[in-house]
Design a protein around this ligand. Structure first.
Ligand code: NDP
Ligand SMILES: CC[C@](O)(C(C)=O)C(=O)O
Ligand code: MG
Ligand code: MG
Length: 339
């Protein structure tokens, strides 16, 4: 594990950084690096709706090509499917030997959509958390753990720079782990699909549907299967699964042992292995990129269907009645997954 004492902030402070993209991760990296005393400019296309936000937050915005030309550390934080074209059009023509190309996730390198030239450093600092929380934690003096990998060390100094960058966004306050682009990409895609996003969303929805279809009140089902999850996860975050079992009733703990494995049984684990297989052999990446290249019709349909689920309407109403449950993010539009 790497912590703040293992990195020298002056390394990244001595470079010129271009953050391309100002979404979930882009705004967090750009603002936290700026607050860590680093020279940062943001690269966004003319007409990008993020331009006004970055400027309002005190950052200088230029086009991606101008940003790459000015800088010697180029951070690729546009959406994964947009990175290939961004690289071809704005990054590759303006890269010079000695520059560093930085990623927040290894997708485009792991699946071969981007192939950097030999003379540049290529590294990754991948926060293990959503960008809005990466920024929130940094601002509150804490951090989100990061995975750090060097794919290409052209200058012989890529590790020092990568760790310095990780310190600049607050990642080494929480801890950094050395990894590879392959390990980060495959575990990250698996985690978000099987557990953190796909698995949890499907579990919540199935629980809610089971209760409401049996005639229980939707509001009771929402509190039981969604709202209380945060309170339970807070205990797991603080003290592992054991602490959750320490706080819940013996009735709940016994029911956990009896019924948990009936829900998440060996067949679920077998399907998790299939999901991991689709990730490692490139099936998932190819399906995602093909849909994006076709204008994302499958993605749009998935989003529409999930946003129309009754759990979202019930949740909106109930959250509106709890003054303390409010979004920390001014630009979040209630009920929409789109950024
Ligand atoms: N979201 C997360 O929390 C995490 C993301 N990552 C990784 O970080 C990277 C960025 O993901 P994320 O933050 O979700 O991305 P977002 O979807 O939030 O990125 C959107 C931003 O990118 C801009 N953008 C879109 N196209 C371009 C382009 N061609 N050139 C420059 N900017 C562009 C958008 O501008 P506009 O407003 O005009 O659309 C917007 O500012 C990915 O590699 C992802 O896997 C890693 C860990 C967690
Ligand atoms: C869990 C989703 C994630 O991998 C993340 C926030 O870490 C992502 O790609 O957004
Ligand atoms: Mg992740
Ligand atoms: Mg991810």
């Amino acid at each position: 594990m790497f912590y703040d004492d293992n990195a020298d902030l002056s390394v990244i402070q001595g470079r010129h950084v271009a953050v391309l993209g100002y979404g979930s991760q882009g705004h967090a990296h750009a603002l936290s690096l700026r607050d860590s005393g680093v020279d940062v400019r943001v690269g966004l296309p003319e007409g990008s709706k993020s331009r006004a936000k970055a400027e309002a937050q005190g950052l200088r915005v230029v086009t991606p090509a101008e940003a790459v030309e000015e800088a010697d550390v180029i951070v690729v934080l546009a959406p994964d499917p947009a990175q290939r074209k961004l690289y071809k059009e704005a990054i590759e023509p303006n890269l010079v030997d000695g520059d560093a190309l930085v990623f927040g996730h290894g997708f485009n390198i792991r699946f071969g959509y981007i192939k950097p030239p030999a003379g540049v450093d290529v590294f990754m600092v991948a926060p293990k958390g959503p960008g809005h929380l990466v920024r929130r934690e940094y601002s509150e003096g804490r951090g989100v753990p990061v995975l750090v990998a060097v794919e290409q060390d052209a200058t012989g100094k890529a590790w020092d720079l990568a760790l310095s960058y990780a310190k600049g966004i607050g990642g080494l306050r929480a801890g950094g782990i050395k990894t590879t682009f392959t390990e980060e990409t495959e575990t990250d895609l698996f985690g978000e699909q099987a557990v953190l996003c796909g698995g949890v969303s499907a579990l919540i929805t199935a629980g809610y549907e089971t209760l409401t279809e049996a005639g229980y009140q939707p509001e009771v089902a929402y509190f039981e299967c969604l709202h209380e999850l945060k309170l339970i996860v807070d205990l797991i975050y603080e003290g592992g699964i054991a602490k959750q079992r320490w706080s819940v009733s013996d009735t709940a703990e016994y029911g956990d042992y009896v019924s948990g494995p009936r829900i998440i049984d060996a067949s679920v684990k077998a399907r998790m292995k299939e999901v991991l297989g689709d990730i490692t052999d490139g099936t998932f990446a190819a399906r995602f990129i093909a849909d994006q290249d076709a204008g994302a019709p499958e993605f749009a349909e998935f989003r529409k269907k999930s946003q129309e689920h009754p759990i979202e309407a019930v949740g909106k109403e109930l959250r509106g009645l709890m003054a303390w449950v409010k979004s920390h993010d001014d630009d979040y539009v209630e009920g929409s997954a789109a950024r």
